[in-house]
Design a protein around this ligand. Structure first.
Ligand code: GCV
Length: 665
């Protein structure tokens, strides 16, 4: 399937389907997605046996049938009763395999599960039933059509230009998009947003003047069960239409959106809906007219409702023009303060899309309190696959352990539901893909894209097992690669955390680019203030007792845990408390010594990575290996930079030397 000579495959290269060569296959049903499976099967060299199953059907046949037919074609009962949308059951009996599906997507997902099973040596003598936990599993592309003067073409993109657009319009060759769509289907992603949430004029025109582009892209994603979503600009009726307002309560504005939406659905009947960043970081929104977010979101929701579309309205709203001298403003509080009063006012087809933490995709943040608080609102969780604050695909950081922790968190205490159940509006994430030869800059960053889809489908999957799956589907069955990459990636999130900002304090990055250390980079900026370090101590007092009161936004179990120094987890200490450098963590070390120890150790671990990668040289495609080698060298260098800047800063601030006498500058 690889057409572009510069492009290296991700997972599922042709040899991963080799085992299907000559295999008889029966595919039953009329759903258009079955055509996709038929052509996959043909490409793999399988032998199409039509739809009949009888005594002449070979023993080794692969059966792909609607769940209702399972009883007729399979000798034993299968657990198909009440199979939910997109679900499937797989079973094996000798050499025969069955995929009994609920609908076309279920069949497609079953097909890829069967390939995954084969790569991982999994046999299904006991039938296994699969259903997604979340109905919406979406990747948001922050792609601009024309490059933005500061942000480039893909905002926070670390893998080259957009795979959709070049030279100010949609690409002529969309072969890579088709290959991407297949990969996304293989991990269960069922929606893609094709333009940046910061919607420039040209990108806003996708809805008004350039539906052809949307139609073209939707046509490529459709055979893979993926619906296209559009980011829209709230001011479009004013900027692109002929109205003098975009007030959501003005009837003319509502009509403008209804008409634009009807026009879009006439051409793209399965359009998924709109994604909106409003009154956030300079994007327009309802506040300009004295209206609130529910007014804005519901107006769009009503335009979409007759067509079955949803509006994803982002909760990433805060004051980015704050005065650092004003100690009463706490960016962490903003989403809850803004949206909690609106709980219960959103229409059913509004999904409030909430970043996992209250700040902004940091390496370590507590869960956003909005997720547990807004009981009458459908929340969609937003993750970031692109590594804006986690090494920008120059550092190898496997993010699945972070996502597992987020999805498994229980804000109402150990007996309460996990986040994966509190979230009822789906899971979204910012994509990490671009037109880079290796798709994701760092070749190992492909594992994050893979893991995102898998965890969005089933949040209880084990992050390490998912990594093994990805490797089996990418590199085949090679123990050295499997062990070597596990040794690089398993603890990579913890390693990255240890040499960057300490103990949950966050944001010690270079302003603008967000790459590399800058302890005070944002400390005196209008975007928020993050560490309050002085000669005595460090951290943000977010307690109810003496601080900003942020801990009070959580359900009582977590509010109490975060409020008290006795129970706050070490890794979030400085997010919630301002403490002296001599404060002792639960692990026994003082804060200052912990900073020194983790930074020396983290940089040492990063320095070992090039050698671990070196050991895999003969096992991995030469070009891929070379790209990785470049990245590991940079990671080792950058980790040393972080170590020296952070340690030296806090040595100078505190005057407390390292107990082990290591070099500080
Ligand atoms: C798309 C962060 C990023 C911005 C991004 C924003 C968002 O602030 O730095 O580039 O804008 O998040 O999520 O809207």
């Amino acid at each position: 399937m690889t057409a572009d000579p510069r492009e290296h495959p991700m997972w599922l290269p042709p040899h991963a389907l080799q085992f299907l060569r000559g295999r008889p296959v029966v595919i039953r049903g009329a759903d258009p997605l079955l055509e996709t499976i038929r052509s996959e099967a043909a490409d793999a060299g399988a032998v199409d046996r039509g739809e009949r199953v009888d005594a002449g059907t070979p023993a080794s046949t692969l059966l792909i049938v609607p769940a209702a037919d399972a009883e007729e074609v399979w000798p034993r009962p299968l657990p198909v009763a009440g199979l939910r949308a997109e679900g499937f059951v797989i079973a094996q009996d000798g050499d025969r395999t069955i995929i009994a599906y609920a609908d076309g997507r279920g069949a497609l997902y079953g097909w890829f599960q069967m390939i995954r099973d084969h790569a991982g040596g999994e046999r299904r003598s006991t039938p296994a039933r699969f259903e997604p936990q979340q109905a919406l599993r979406v990747l948001d592309h922050w792609d601009n059509i024309s490059a933005h003067p500061v942000m480039g073409q893909v905002e926070r993109g670390y893998a080259g230009g957009s795979i959709f657009y070049a030279d100010g319009s949609v690409r002529r060759d969309l072969g890579r998009v088709a290959r991407y769509a297949r990969l996304l289907a293989s991990i269960g992603v069922n929606a893609v947003t094709i333009n940046n949430v910061n919607v420039g004029r040209r990108e806003a025109q996708l809805l008004t003047d350039d539906l052809g582009t949307v139609e073209l892209l939707a046509g490529i994603f459709r055979p893979w069960g993926i619906r296209v979503h559009l980011s829209v600009n709230f001011a479009s009726p004013l900027d692109l239409g002929d109205l003098d307002t975009s007030d959501p309560l003005d009837e003319r504005v509502a009509q403008w959106w209804s008409a634009a939406t009807a026009q879009a659905f006439a051409r793209i009947p399965d359009l998924g809906g709109y994604l909106v960043k409003a009154d956030s970081e300079g994007q327009p929104g309802p506040h300009a007219y004295g209206r609130d977010h529910a007014d804005g979101a519901n107006m769009l929701a009503r335009a979409l409702e007759p067509h079955g579309g949803v509006v994803r309205w982002r909760a990433f709203v805060y004051n980015h023009r704050q005065d650092w001298r004003d100690r009463s403003t706490d960016r962490a509080r903003a989403a809850y303060d803004t949206f909690m009063p609106l709980d219960g006012r959103f229409d059913d087809n509004v999904l409030l899309q909430v970043k996992y933490g209250p700040i902004d995709f940091q390496t370590r943040e507590p869960l956003s309190p909005v997720i547990a608080a807004m009981k009458h609102t459908r929340i969609a969780l937003e993750l970031q696959v692109t590594q804006e604050y986690t090494g920008q695909q120059r550092h190898a950081v496997y993010l699945a352990p972070q996502w597992s922790e987020i999805l498994g968190g229980r804000p109402f205490g150990d007996g309460g539901p996990p986040v994966s159940e509190l979230v009822r509006g789906g899971i979204a994430a910012v994509s990490n893909v671009g037109d880079d030869a290796y798709w994701t800059g760092h070749p190992l960053a492909q594992s994050n894209l893979y893991a995102y889809g898998r965890l969005a489908w089933d949040a209880t999957l084990d992050a390490r097992a998912v990594l093994s799956e990805w490797m089996a589907l990418t590199f085949g069955d090679d123990e050295a690669v499997n062990d070597g990459i596990h040794s690089i990636l398993d603890d990579s999130w913890a390693t990255y955390e240890s040499y960057t900002a300490p103990l949950g304090v966050g944001f010690m990055v270079t302003p603008g680019s967000h790459y590399g250390p800058s302890v005070d980079g944002y400390e005196y900026s209008p975007w928020g203030t993050y560490h309050f370090a002085d000669r005595n101590g460090i951290g943000v007092d977010r307690t109810v007792a003496t601080g900003t009161g942020y801990t009070g936004q959580y359900p009582q179990e977590w509010a109490a845990m975060f409020e008290s120094l006795e129970s706050v987890p070490d890794e979030l200490l400085l997010f919630f408390h301002h403490v002296p450098y001599t404060h002792r963590l639960h692990n026994g070390a003082t804060v200052i010594q912990h900073i020194y120890d983790t930074h020396f150790r983290g940089a040492e671990q990063a320095a070992e990575l090039p050698a671990r990668w070196d050991a895999l040289r003969d096992h991995i495609d030469e070009d891929v290996w070379m790209r990785g080698a470049e990245r590991f060298a940079e990671q080792a260098r950058s980790a040393g930079e972080w170590r020296d800047q952070i340690n030296t800063y806090f040595w100078r601030a505190s005057g407390i030397p390292d107990e082990h006498g290591r070099t500080l500058y």
